[in-house]
Write a protein that binds this ligand. Sequence first.
Ligand SMILES: Nc1ncnc2c1ncn2[C@@H]1O[C@H](COP(=O)(O)OP(=O)(O)OP(=O)(O)O)[C@@H](O)[C@H]1O
Length: 269
Amino acid sequence: MMSESAHSDCGCQAHSGEPVVCFDGVSFSYGRTPVIEDADFDIYQGESVCVIGPNGGGKSTLLKLMLGLLTPDQGEIRLFGQTTKLGRARVGYVPQQIEFDPLFPVSALDVALMGRLSKKSFGFVSQADRASAYEALAKMGLADQAKQPFASLSGGQRQAVLIARALVAESELLLLDEPTAHVDVAAEERLMKSLKALGDELTVITVSHDLAFVSRSVPKVVCVNRCVHLHPTARLSEARIRELYGHEVRMVQHDHEHLDSHGGHHHHA
Ligand SMILES: Nc1ncnc2c1ncn2[C@@H]1O[C@H](COP(=O)(O)OP(=O)(O)OP(=O)(O)O)[C@@H](O)[C@H]1O
């Protein structure tokens, strides 16, 4: 867990209560290749956090560790103060893509309903289940698409349906592994707005490849390139991004300003 001084170093505010996600000195390697080294960070309820880093930097591995699909070589991961095995029931995972047979006629509503079925031992669908699935779709802006075949929806809409499924399952933590190809920035922003509207109870961790999107959408970032650092987004400097991605990447904001190495704003020349 982070010490008090670590909190003041990174500019984080003091939080009360148990973190939703706690990485305590976590290291992981596939065979002999270290992928995550000594990761130490906490994420609290209601925080929206993006995970960024270069290809192969370890972002998916970090998510798999959080889900308990991989076990750390060293250190400990806790979800809601519990082991990942116990805490996982409260987590909704939205993968980069799921394959559905386009000829298999499942509607958006059917997919959202799966969130309810996973909580039950028998596959009976009640009126209340349907109402809850429909309500979750509506919250994600998909009321009009409820009856449409899932396979006919756009990448962004499918992702929103999968989030609705997690809401139906009453997930308290959402892990979104962002697709790079299928979702455009406008769709990503609509999605983030819908997620914000769900309120402070939900904690959302998104792997994102779009730095401009990150810079205006979330207050905190987890930078992953073997080492893992949690930063307030405003302190994410170009120097830090260069260090992370290994080449010059400019974090351009929507108002065409970029962040300098002290987190201040400068207009482009
Ligand atoms: N099952 C595996 N066995 C061995 N090595 C693996 C395995 N999965 C991933 N790796 C390696 O671990 C490193 C981190 O992979 P990971 O998928 O976590 O990165 P990432 O940041 O999610 O990448 P991307 O942005 O390209 O999706 C990479 O070098 C990758 O080759």
